[in-house]
Write a protein that binds this ligand. Sequence first.
Ligand SMILES: [Zn+2]
Length: 420
Amino acid sequence: MFADFFLNSTLSGVFAKFFPDTFTVALARRIRAITMSFSSLVQDLSFRDANDERRPPRAPLSTSSTIDDRRSHVSRAMSYASTSATSVSISGDISSQLHGGYSHPLARSWQAERQLTKSMLIYPLFVSDQDDEESIIPSLPDQHRRGINKLVPHLEPLIRKGLKSVILFGVPLAPGSKDALGTSADDPKGPVMAAIRLLRQRFPQLFITVDVCLCEYTSHGHCGILRDDGSLNNQLSVDRISDVAVAYAQAGAHCVAPSDMNDGRIRAIKLKLIEEGIAHRVVLMSYAAKFSGCLYGPFRDAAGSVPSFGDRKCYQLPHGGRGLARRAMHRDIAEGADIIMVKPAGQYLDIISDAKEIGKDMPVAAYQVSGEFAMIHAAAKAGVFDLKAMAFESTEGILRAGATIVVSYFTPRFLDWLES
Ligand SMILES: [Zn+2]
């Protein structure tokens, strides 16, 4: 109503200003009456159309037949008044007007259910048994394999910037360090055990997660102990992997994260943590929905965990297995997982969304894996997009899908980017 009054008053006022004699003032009043009734008609029509979606779209009403000659400026104003957008807002149906809600950068950030923070990020670290090693991983941009002596200097500045959490992957490189049982996985002098103790001592506030698997430590590169026919012996694998998890927890890990995908390993680990009397202080994060695929190549280069034969399709999930992933997540929650993880992330946002629904009472993690990270770098280098912009867009997409924790090689960069 205010808009009508303002429009009509303005039109008649402008008319009277240019034609101040008595006749034109009278004419102006007449025009005002006509435009008011016309505006009411527009309201009525638009209100009716808004409530009848079956009607074909109406062309904007022309005003040329309502007033003839000497009124081109009035006609233009009335034509504006009768556009569908204006008439819709005048009629009171204002739900179509969204732009105001995200016109400011801060208001845009408020549109997200979860906003990226430093405490959501877990930074993967590859710890080798070569104490002084610090070598770049060619297929994984900006990422290194580091020996125990290089960890503290690398992490100190990151912790000052707000790094909260790391996940450790052991990389045994010494000749003879791998065997069929993955014996070196929990070697007290091995790189992961040593790194846990060192980081706990030097950075008491740093949350230390340790990946639990055998593939870095087995001579065949598979994620468990094999039968003679090359398939996984699930029972022996679970026994061994749960022992390794307990060893990491006893060494001081805050969180153990089995990534092997053997059936029943979450229950076995939880029971052994209870038996050892340490279940109350250890988070059990399950790689519950870990899919097989071609996005792990750079990681396997970094960790030296390429299978010497075959592949992992019989224990990691098939690409299309959404229902299977849901069953795996239900199972791992029932077996005692404190956090469930989806891996990879970007190609599996629907699975993350499922994880949020299935694990609605627990944190959901997602791992933006090495292949995703390398693709983003390659595309940025090729000029497809800006690296920082895509780092945020891809990570915020993972959060939008439902994750509350992101394992990310971008973590060091985000510590800077989130500062500004
Ligand atoms: Zn593995």
